[in-house]
Ligand binder design. Structure first.
Ligand code: SAM
Length: 470
């Protein structure tokens, strides 16, 4: 076993010390083995600490020290035996940092990160300022997928000075990706790669962040660079590359959408309407009026605005709604929408999950109107959403939506949808009709008009009003 060395900049006894509490909190990792104060001669009965079924002591005649014995067990693959011995050793001397680090390594090797976290929490009572313990605790939490706990620890470490080891930066970037903070994840990963160009894990987490940011080509390059440094593929870069090369994504990663619109939120409404000539909400309202054939003001409908954004779509529907609810992945967009004061509720959630989770309508009798204005172009495959909406419409309820029309999708071999250079999806009307029919929805109105102008090219939108079939 390669022993983890206590960090030289915070050697035992030099960093800020906290006197152990008179009655330290019992630690379930350490305490079942020995009482807090090891009785006289506790370490002489080591064999008793090794679990039954573990390999016998390796070389009794060699008179190994307890630490050597634990190391030898670990090296021989007896992880459980090593853990039991290290626990005994650490319980006898709670301030033995070397042995604690070895215990943590053994617990990590035994996939027991939760127990490692408990041991580290206790060790930090004695050494609260020790960066190595804090980084290991962050790792233990991250290994359990507890990014919300690990992230503040990494952030506290990084705020003092750059993280000390490439593995810590890789862990930090992993947590940032998990929390959808892609901009910072990319910044940290690129900076660390300049410091440690040969570290495969950094390349891997750079690639994951790029993938989430929908930079497929750059992500593939980063996976390739990872594999060059990790030819055994221990990190799984080969599988991720294969998935990438399978072509278009089925939908956009939630982290990408959230991060894109969080950044865009404060200037979204002005930019879209004034610079891109965005007309989606007004045209969809007009399509609805035409489909119903009567003015809609004052209907008192229960309306669910999917991907409500800053509320541009909600604004044109407020006068027909008895109550208006919105959902969006981006919290910044939702803050802008909340400022309009027209929504009864706003939730930060994926649209499919939100439709499935909610009962539908004001009293659960189904929505009178579900709207998805300029949203489906961030969602590739439409089947899950259409099925969910169809199940939550009121008997006379309507589903009003827009798509970006896929040109040429109507040929002999019609296409379903493509992922465009703009990093939005375009859907073919043929596909939309098929999905609607399969979900039990009929088309009451279909029309095509300019949705917005992108780099001087009109983006043709499909405007649809669907209703329950039959
Ligand atoms: C172009 S904006 C349209 C906003 C608004 N409907 C309008 O017409 O102005 C697209 C919005 O859809 C949201 N969005 C995209 N995919 C989503 C998903 N799967 N779940 C929830 N919201 C999503 C984005 O966060 C963004 O706010």
């Amino acid at each position: 076993m390669v022993r983890r060395i206590p960090s030289p900049e915070a050697p035992h006894g030099q960093e800020a010390q906290v006197a152990p509490a008179a009655n330290p909190v019992p630690n379930p990792v350490l305490d079942p083995v020995l009482p807090l104060v090891a009785p006289e001669g506790a370490l002489t009965g080591l064999a008793a600490a090794v679990p039954a079924g573990s390999t016998p002591l390796l070389s009794p005649e060699a008179a190994l020290s307890p630490q050597e014995e634990a190391d030898a067990r670990f090296a021989a693959g007896d992880v459980e035996g090593a853990i039991a011995l290290w626990r005994t050793i650490v319980a006898a001397d709670r301030e033995d940092l070397w042995s604690l680090l070895a215990l943590v390594d053994a617990l990590f090797a035994g996939n027991r990160a939760g127990e490692a976290a408990l041991a580290l929490h206790e060790a930090r009572q004695y050494r609260p300022a020790n960066r190595q313990l804090m980084a290991l605790l962050a790792e233990a939490e991250r290994r359990q997928g507890r990014f919300d706990v690990a992230l503040p620890l990494y952030e506290a470490l990084a705020s003092e000075r750059p993280l000390d080891a490439p593995g810590d930066v890789a862990g930090f970037v992993e947590c940032l990706v998990g929390a959808s903070r892609l901009e910072l994840a990319l910044k940290e990963a690129y900076a660390a790669i300049r410091r440690w160009p040969d570290e495969a894990a950094l390349r891997f987490w750079l690639a994951r962040a790029l993938e989430e940011a929908c930079e497929q080509q750059k992500a593939a390059d980063a996976y390739r660079a990872c594999l060059a440094r990790d030819p055994e593929n221990t990190l799984g870069a080969a599988e991720r590359m294969a998935a990438l090369s399978e072509g278009r994504p089925e939908t956009l990663p939630a982290a990408f959408v959230r991060s894109l619109f969080d950044q865009y939120a404060h200037r979204f409404s002005k930019h879209l309407v004034e610079k891109l000539g965005y007309r989606g909400p007004a045209l969809l309202r007009a399509a609805l009026e035409e489909a119903v054939g009567e003015p809609l003001v004052g209907r008192g409908w229960s309306v669910f605005d999917l991907g409500c954004g800053t509320g541009l779509s909600g604004e044109v529907l407020a006068d027909l709604a008895g109550e208006l609810h919105g959902v969006d992945l981006s919290e910044r967009m939702l803050e802008e929408a909340a400022g309009r004061g027209i929504y009864k509720s706003l939730a930060a959630e994926d649209v499919v999950k939100a439709v499935e989770r909610r009962p539908g309508g004001a009293t659960g009798e189904g929505w009178d109107l579900v709207v998805a204005c300029d949203v489906l172009n961030y969602i590739g495959a439409l089947e899950p959403l259409f099925t969910a909406v169809a199940g939550k419409l009121a008997p006379e309820g309507l589903f009003a939506l827009t798509i970006e029309r896929l040109e040429g999708g109507e040929g002999a071999a019609p296409m379903d949808f493509t992922f465009q250079e703009s990093r939005r999806f375009a859907h073919s009307p043929v596909y939309l009709r098929q999905v609607a029919e399969a979900a039990g929805l009929a088309i009451r109105l279909e029309r095509f008009e300019t949705l917005r102008v992108d780099r001087n090219v009109p983006v043709i939108g499909g405007f649809y009003v669907l209703e329950r079939a039959g």
